[in-house]
Ligand binder design. Sequence first.
Ligand SMILES: C[S@@+](CC[C@H](N)C(=O)[O-])C[C@H]1O[C@@H](n2cnc3c(N)ncnc32)[C@H](O)[C@@H]1O
Length: 353
Amino acid sequence: MIDKYVNGILQGDCLELFKNIPDNSVDMTFADPPFNLQKKYKSYQDNLEFQEYLNWCEKWIAEMVRVTKPTGSIFLHNIPKWLTFYASYLNKFAHFKHWISWDAPTAPMGKSLQPAHYGVLFYTKEAKGAKINELRHPHKRDRKQGYLWKDYGGKKDLLHPFGPLVSDVWTDIHRIKHNSKRDLHPCQLPLHLMDRLILLVTDENDLVLDPFSGTGTTAISAKRLGRNYIGFELDEKYVEISQQKLELVKPNYKIGTSWVSFYLKDIVTVRNSDWNNLQQYFDIPNPMRSIDFQKTKLKKNVKLPKELEFNIQPENEEIENDIKETNKALTSHPQNSESFEQVPMIVQWDERK
Ligand SMILES: C[S@@+](CC[C@H](N)C(=O)[O-])C[C@H]1O[C@@H](n2cnc3c(N)ncnc32)[C@H](O)[C@@H]1O
């Protein structure tokens, strides 16, 4: 029954669409719901009463748990305020693994500390037997001089050539700032954020479900990493944009036989268990201590998958008005305070050389 929905973005209300998904059928569920911050979506009114919002959230969180397999994982992305409520609800039905802190400025809440992270709650459906992989990301370096950010003293010889294990604080993934990488959507997530979560808990051909698909970030990440996906999205235009993009995406985020996450020609995340296979494709500093100023780099003859970009033109007056409205919402939102001259709309993909 589920087969006809696999690798599709379904338009409609997620609570209705969840009825089509059997219990224990999905390897990973991820939700990036509206944050109830009056954001300017095309179809959804992002301003429910406090308790009304939480009651609604509990319904779709329960559905996420229901459809997740016993070996599967559940992720919820939101601002910390709402995650505290999500966690106390989810603790009754699933098993807490981590609160991932994604370092990115968020909307101000009151006049105390400036919020500087979004949270991603990571739960497994069962206490034991969940599929979880260790991940690695490149060593952090000083931008100007290229030296290692941390001082490892005399221990540089012992460093992992690719980089450290990924922790629960993510400082190396930035929000989308460039118009060329953004659709007409107020809060599109970066693809390599989704790549990291997908590599963490799924294998090739596993199924990933996102009930608030937006312009398809989770689905695109899943597809390029050789996974299957199902997306739900209320807004027809966002569904259309997702479908246009998905047609062009190929399952090619791979080096040799290992799936990896790229951004701007750099590798952002690999699975620790893949390093044995991957290391043949890298020039590794020798002696190892020169890693202090010398990066572990992909060999010149290794071909990277082409990263897709899109240039977007407004189609007509109605869309231009949409863009103006969205721009207003974007620029008044502190996390996006850099000016957006034009928000992309029609997707015309371009393959970067
Ligand atoms: C925070 S955005 C998700 C953005 C997405 N992660 C991306 O990167 O494009 C939330 C999305 O949920 C959609 N939405 C709101 N209510 C919904 C509902 N009841 N069912 C399905 N989608 C809904 C909104 O239209 C919006 O696109």
